[in-house]
Design a protein around this ligand. Structure first.
Ligand SMILES: [Zn+2]
Length: 267
């Protein structure tokens, strides 16, 4: 009887919690965006802490200037797209880890970029803007809340959360742990297409060349080492990624070529 009752609650939640993403895709949202943001804040602090203790955060001033400048311009565009995000408390941390080719964003605009991505890809400013724009797009389009929802909706997911809690030694549980796990889980291909589309627009409006979206993914596919980079495992290629990006470029060029100063968000 109790079990039936639980199933009934779950069905009710499922029925009432389908939302629509910025590009019109239906999303399962059990974890509301507000609770995803609160959980992500806590998860972010815990995930950054061990690197900070080892002096591995933002310790190259030139790279910090460069990444903060690019990210600040992208965030200003993100806020134009979704004005309520101006209160998010946006943040990016550069993690000194030359072996890891990765970047991620949590709900509420808490982001990380690993130095391995910059170094191994020899990424230009335009290419970095594409990576960071893509990450910001995941947060803007509520993909973190969506991934947390999927994890928490399945009892297997909840059990897995328990196991990882034991193994990772993160001092967080429940929703915060789901937030930490969400950045380590692959996005759906539909979410990837959406992030590509929003990301290239944010970057073009911030003054970064949309053609760099193509070279970025080409470099990503070529980067050597053992297995594919972390970034590709959490950002699987949607069908015809390159073709779809290519098709977006002409409509993005006017944003990129627009004259005048670009707005900036101070990080
Ligand atoms: Zn992605």
């Amino acid at each position: 009887m109790i079990k039936c009752y639980r199933i009934l609650i779950l069905i009710t939640i499922l029925l009432v919690s389908c939302a629509t993403s910025p590009t019109g895709r239906r999303q399962l949202i059990i974890v509301t965006e507000d609770s995803a943001i609160a959980a992500s804040k806590q998860a972010y602090t815990e995930m950054i802490k061990p690197y900070a203790q080892q002096g591995k955060i933002d310790n190259d001033p030139a790279l910090k200037d460069r990444v903060y400048r690019i990210t600040g311009r992208l965030i200003a565009q993100a806020i134009k797209m979704r004005p309520e995000t101006k209160d998010w408390g946006w943040s990016i941390k550069i993690i000194d880890d030359p072996k890891t080719v990765n970047a991620w964003a949590m709900a509420g605009g808490k982001m990380a970029l690993y130095t391995g991505l910059v170094e191994k890809l020899e990424a230009t400013d335009d290419e970095l803007a594409q990576v960071l724009g893509h990450e910001i797009a995941h947060a803007l389009a509520k993909h973190s809340a969506e991934k947390m929802s999927v994890a928490m909706a399945s009892s297997i997911g909840v059990a897995a959360v328990g196991v990882v809690a034991d193994n990772k030694g993160l001092a967080i549980t429940g929703a915060a742990l789901a937030a930490a796990l969400a950045v380590q889980k692959p996005n759906s291909r539909a979410a990837e297409s959406e992030a590509d589309q929003i990301g290239i627009e944010l970057a073009a409006k911030a003054g970064y060349d949309p053609r760099a979206a193509i070279t970025l993914w080409q470099k990503m596919a070529k980067v050597g080492g053992k297995g594919p980079p972390e970034f590709l495992s959490t950002h699987p290629a949607p069908e015809n990624r390159e073709k779809k990006l290519e098709a977006l470029i002409p409509s993005m060029m006017p944003y990129y070529e627009r004259k005048g100063a670009r707005p900036f968000y101070k990080l």
